[in-house]
Design a protein around this ligand. Sequence first.
Ligand code: FAD
Length: 318
Amino acid sequence: MKVTEHIAKANGKPIISFEILPPTKGKSIQSIHKILDPLMEFDPAFINVTYHRSEQVFKKRNDGSFDKVDIRKRPGTVGICAAIMNHYKVDAVPHLICGGFSKDETENALIDLNFLGINNVLALRGDPPHGEKYFRPHASGHNYAIDLVKQVAALNNGSYLEDDITNADATNFCIGVAGYPEKHFESANPMLDLMHLKQKVDAGAEYITTQMFFNNDKYFEFVEQCRANDINVPIIPGLKPLSSKRQLSMIPSVFHVDLPEELVQNMQNATSRDEEKKVGEDWLYKQAKGLLDKGIPGLHFYTLGKPDLVYNVMKKLS
Ligand code: FAD
C-alpha cells in the first residue's frame, strides 16, 4: 500500500514508521531482523530503507602505492525492501538518490521495484561523498531531487528514458520527498528552500518526511510556513534519538540542526553512558508525545543504530 493510502486509511490517527540503513557489506539479513523484530510490536505502517552512493577509498597495492577505488559500503536497498515486505508483510519505502547514479541506473532500480510490487519511493538528492564539500551530479544523472521526482512521475505516466518504448505500462509509485524545518544547509534562506520544496510537490511528490529536529516548535512553524506557501501534502515529522555526549557536536555538524539548551545541559550533566542514553530517551519521548498530542499524520523514527531507545519510547507511548 502507498504511504498516502496508509495515512488516509488511518483516518486521522498518526501512523508509525521506522527507518533503517542497509548493513555494511558482509552482513546478512539477520542484522536487519535484529533491529526490526522488536519494533514490529508497534505495527508500523512502513519501513524506510536508506540508499547509499559509493565512496572513493584508497587501497594499498603490494608495492606500497595506493589505488583510488569506488566502494559501495551499503548496497542492497532494493533487495532489503523486498525481503522486509516478504518477511514482515509490511510496506517498505526505498530511498532513491541522485548522487552517484545515472538516470539509466535509476530507471533500472525503479523497474526492479515495480516488478517486486514496491510502489513507494523517497526521492532525494544525496549528499557529497565523504571528503568532498559540494554535491556533484553523476555525468548522466540528476542535479536535484526534483529531477528524480520528475523521472519517477514520468514513469508513472508510462514514459521511459528510451522514447522508442511505446505503449508501456505505467508504474504507480507514491513519491515522497525530504523537507527541512531548519532549512537545508545549502539554501540561501528558508523561503528559497520552501520554494524548492513546493516545486518538488508540484512535480509529483505526495508527502514530505522531515529532517530530524529536536525542538517541536520548529516542526510546527515549518508546517505553518508550508501551508502558507500552498504546500498542502502530509508532512511526516522525523525524529532521531540522541544517545551520547559525542553527538552534541556531531549532529549539528552532520545534519545542520540546532540542539535546544535544555537537552544539551541535561546531556552534559550525565555522568555515565547509561545516563546519556536516558537523557536521549527522555527527550525523544517528550518530543514524540508533544507531536502526537498536537496532531500529526505520522511519526517517523530514524532508528539508525539505536533501535533500543526507539523501542523504549514506543513502549511508553503505547
Ligand atoms: P534537494 O531537494 O535537491 O535540495 C538540495 C538543495 O538544493 C536545497 O538547498 C534546495 O533548496 C536546493 N535546490 C533544490 N532545487 C533547486 C533548484 N532547482 N535550483 C537551485 N537549488 C535547488 N541521503 C542519502 O544519501 N541517502 C538517503 O537514504 C537519505 N535519506 C534521507 C531521508 C530524509 C527524510 C532526509 C531529510 C534526508 C535524507 N538524506 C539521504 C540526506 C539528503 O540526501 C541530503 O539532505 C541532501 O543534501 C539534500 O537532499 P534533498 O533531496 O533534500 O535535495
